[in-house]
Each structure stands twice: as C-alpha cells, then as structure tokens.
Design a protein around this ligand. Structure first.
Ligand code: X90
Length: 276
C-alpha cells in the first residue's frame, strides 16, 4: 500500500518534510497572467501585478485533472480541500476520485472538506501523517481525522476585504471601510465553512486583544498554533508573544501566505489555525 496526502494550495505550504505529500494549485488570474499557486509562484510579482492592474481579477480552483496528476501511483489517497462553500476545489477532487477509481479499482480515495483555509489545513495534514505513520487502517484514519477537525479552528485578522467582496465571497456592505486607518476585520471560519466576521478593530494590537478573547471562548489551552501572514511576520511573532502571556508555552509555526491566500487575505493579514 502506498499512500499520499494531497492538499490544494490554499494550505500555503508546498513542503512539509514528507515525501508522500503533494499539493495541487489554485490559480490567481490578473489580466492575461495566470499565477499558478505552486512552490515556484512569485508572490511579489503577483502583488505588483494586482496593484497596477485596473480590470477585474479572479481566482480558479484546480480542475479534476490537476488532482489526478497528483494521485498517480498511490492506492490510498487523502485529499484535503479549501472550504466547499467558497470554492469548487472539493467538488473537483470528488470528480477526480471517481475518475481515478474507474481506472484503479482497489484505490481508496478520501476527500476531506476542511471547511476552512490555510493553517487549519496544515493542522489536518500533519495529523493525517501522524495517524498514517502509526500504521492505522485508512478507514480508521478517516474517522479519526473527522473527529480531529472538530477540535481545530481558524481565526483571521484581515486588512482588507476588497477581493473577497469583488469576487462575491463576502457582502460589499461588510467589506466597506476595511483597509482604511489600519482597520482589521477579526473573524473565523464558521462550523459550516463560511467566513464569519466578528469584530472590526483599529490596528494589529487591538485585533490581537480580540483574538485572545476568542481563543479563550474556544477553550484554547496550549494546543498547536499555525500562523500564515501576508507580509507581516512581525505581527505574527508579536501575536505569538501575546498568546504566551495569556496561555503559557505551546508549539507553533509561522509562514508566509502563498498566492491564493495572499489574494484574499490581503497584505498585512494574518490567518491563525489552532487546536482547542
Ligand atoms: O475556487 C476559487 O477560486 C477559490 C476561492 C476562495 C475564496 C476564499 C478564500 C479565502 C482565503 C481568507 C481568510 C480565511 C477564510 C476562512 C474560510 C472559511 C483567506
């Protein structure tokens, strides 16, 4: 039995130090440029293109064939996707699953809707490897990961909601005024996998205060934390400090957002996944 864990690129990480890990790219489209969200994508170039382009920009999920290309050679596959309420990635992966199973009768393909994006997918993928490497049977791994997902959360502090609103992912009324005077929208991925804005804050410090309160309400008590930032590493580090002051020591990692998340979680935004 050879297994692979495959995530779409909303996870932001293309290497997690495991050779059974693959990603499939979402796409960011700026005029006639298609930024394919893989390890080679040039985020700075994309950002410059976004700033200078005056027309409508958009994103696209991976097609089924992009998933299948990543499946090749494995007979147990765990696919993790960005929330199905905001993207077609989950349904693409399911089409790929059917196609792959037609050709590979004994293959087992599990498609997991993260109901989230970014760092929460990192937590899910890391847990999947932990379970698979313990030698657990794949159906059992699937049951366990569904339980684990109930304990993980995603919160965010967004510096602008422009691209979310322009692409119909959030109401323009909610988006109005964010981006001015350092306003941050603090919110979370709801249990249904939708964007749930919770507070409007002025500046990172005030956003951290709000986030710490939300962590408390979730019953956070020192679980693993994964932070993705869009060009705001200092805020990510400062937030870790704030958490330490409130909750003591915990395991954490910090990385930059890749193309898809950088497009929607615009510059200076943070995405924070954690285990409650
Ligand atoms: O299929 C596509 O074109 C991709 C569309 C993705 C739309 C939303 C991505 C949001 C990414 C924003 C903050 C956290 C979101 C929480 C999700 C429930 C980043």
């Amino acid at each position: 039995m050879t297994y692979k864990v495959i995530s779409d690129s909303s996870i932001n990480l293309f290497d997690i130090g495991n050779s059974n890990y693959r990603t499939v790219p979402l796409h960011v489209i700026v005029g006639d440029e298609n930024f394919i969200d893989n390890k080679d994508v040039d985020i700075n170039k994309m950002q410059k293109a976004l700033e200078s382009f005056k027309g409508k920009t958009s994103t696209a999920c991976p097609g089924p064939q992009e998933w299948i290309d990543a499946f090749e050679g494995a007979d147990v596959l765990f696919c993790v996707t960005i929330t199905s309420t905001l993207s077609g990635s989950f349904s693409s992966a399911n089409i790929a699953k059917q196609m792959y199973k037609n050709e590979n009768k004994n293959a087992k393909v599990y498609v997991i809707d993260s109901l989230s994006a970014g760092p929460e997918l990192v937590l899910i993928v890391e847990k999947l490897f932990e379970l698979l490497e313990s030698g657990m049977d794949s159906d059992e791994v699937y049951r366990e990961i569904c339980l684990y997902q109930k304990k993980t959360h995603l919160y965010y502090s967004l510096a602008s909601l422009d691209n979310l609103a322009k692409n119909g992912r959030i109401s323009p009324i909610v988006a109005k005024g964010v981006g001015l005077l350092g306003i941050r929208v603090v919110g979370r991925a709801s249990d249904e996998g939708t964007l749930e804005p919770l507070d409007k804050c002025r500046g990172d410090r005030s956003a951290f205060k709000s986030l710490v309160e939300h962590f408390k309400k979730c019953g956070y008590c020192g679980g693993k934390v994964v932070i993705a930032h869009n060009d705001n590493e200092s805020a990510a580090k400062e937030f870790v400090q704030k958490l330490k002051e409130n909750f003591g020591e915990f395991k954490f990692s910090i990385h930059r957002t890749s193309a898809l998340c950088s497009y929607y979680a615009e510059p200076l935004s943070l995405m924070i996944g954690f285990e409650a």
